[in-house]
Each structure stands twice: as structure tokens, then as C-alpha cells.
Design a protein around this ligand. Sequence first.
Ligand code: SAM
Length: 252
Amino acid sequence: MNPSGGLFWHLHAWRHQAQWAAACDDIAQWLGEMPPSKDKAPELVIVGASAGWMMPSDWLQSFATVTTFDLDRWAAPLFRLRHGAALRASNTALHCNTADALTDLDAVLQAHPRALVLFDNVLGQLRFHTPSVDEASRRITSITERMHGRRWGSVHDAFSGRTQRRTGTASAPIMQRSVQAPAPAATSTSPSAQSAARPVALGRFSRQLHAQGEWLDHLTDHVFPAGTPVHHIAWPYSPDYCHWLQAGWVTP
Ligand SMILES: C[S@@+](CC[C@H](N)C(=O)[O-])C[C@H]1O[C@@H](n2cnc3c(N)ncnc32)[C@H](O)[C@@H]1O
């Protein structure tokens, strides 16, 4: 069973499109801030594309070629169903692959040497695909190290957990921006040193999420190099469970 994709995920995403609209608008705004390409025919590679439930077709239309990867066998046909017509209209070539693009990342990067690479809500899922949290952290570090010298971006879970049940009229917290802080030195790993580095706006954002109890850490704290501009997005996965997404673009 796929712990972060599969039919249950597609059904859940399809049913919650209206509740996710504000989060998708925030993601669309961030996607629109991607680093510019010097290529006349820019290429995009999406890892963990699923059916592209949370991205707009018109952003994909700005590429000459879009190549997707996902482990889930339903992802490719559903991605084509959701975005295929728009991509045909913009003459964007679409290649959908059912494959493990993280284990084979070096081969993917070699096959697409100039592409912008988007990790699309997949790095925060690795703790569910890996036997231990230490191993998941090591995998994330090794993936981001291999992206050195490339244009890439990621939107991923930072934390997730229970919230006060939202009513239909409750407004979502607005997107916040910060800059990735350097990884704390070995001598300053105390929680107070880490929270001191956290911008005030993020403290306000976390309160606006109305968290209940302890939230799950998705181990993505240091996906981005220090200095990367990071967007913080509230994603109300279900009425009483919310994900705190982080999104950023990295340039060489
Ligand atoms: C939360 S979903 C992504 C949602 C998607 N970005 C969207 O907007 O619909 C995470 C996806 O990552 C995929 N995935 C997990 N590990 C993967 C890997 N090693 N290679 C490719 N896809 C992977 C899962 O199958 C799942 O479809």
C-alpha cells in the first residue's frame, strides 16, 4: 500500500477541492515566483506529481515540456485527465512516468539536465516511506545535496496535526514568508535557540492554525539552504486536521 498516494488520496483530494482552494491559491502564487529560465523551451520535472490536484494548469502551460514521476499507478492517468487538455492547447509535451524518482534521482537528473525540478509535496512524506525517522532524515539530506547546482523547488509538509474543527466561514491564515535560517550549530540545538531564530510572523501563523495537542514533525526543517525565501501555507487537509506547508525555490 502507498502511504502517501493511491485511490484514497485521490478520492480525498477530489472531495476536498473547495476546502483546499485557498491553499491552492497560495501554492499558485508561489509557483508563479519560480526562478526564470534562460531556455527557449523550458522543461519541468515534477517528482510526486500525483494527479496535480494542487497546481493550476495555466502554470504548467508556461513550459515546453512537463515530465511527471509518481509511484502511484493512478497518478499518470489522472494527471493526464486533469491537465492534459490544457497542455495540448498550449503545445506543451507531457510525459507521465510511474516510477520511483527519488531512489533513481541521479538518473532522472541526468536525463533532464536543464529542467526545473519540483518536489511536489513529497519530501515531507518520506518518513512514511522509510523504516525509521533517522533514515528518512538522511534520505532527505542526501536528496537535497544531490540537487546542488540545479534550479529546483519544493513544497512539502513541515508539520501537521489536529486543529479546532473549522466552520465553513472560518478564514484560513494568510500565507507568511520567511528566510531559511542556517542549521543550528551543534552547540545550540536547544529549543530556545531554535525558537529565537523563528520570525515573529511565524509564531502568529502557528497560533492562527489553532493547533491542538502535539503536531507531527515531517523532518523537512533543513530541506532549503540558508537564505532561501520560504512561503508558509496552511492546508486544511480535513475539517480538524491541518498541514503546515513550506514552499521555496532554490537557484544555483
Ligand atoms: C501528497 S501526494 C502529492 C500530491 C500532489 N503533488 C498533488 O498536488 O496532487 C505525495 C505523492 O508522492 C508520491 N511519491 C512518494 N514517494 C515517491 C517516490 N520515491 N517517487 C515518486 N513519487 C513518490 C506518492 O505516490 C504520492 O502520490
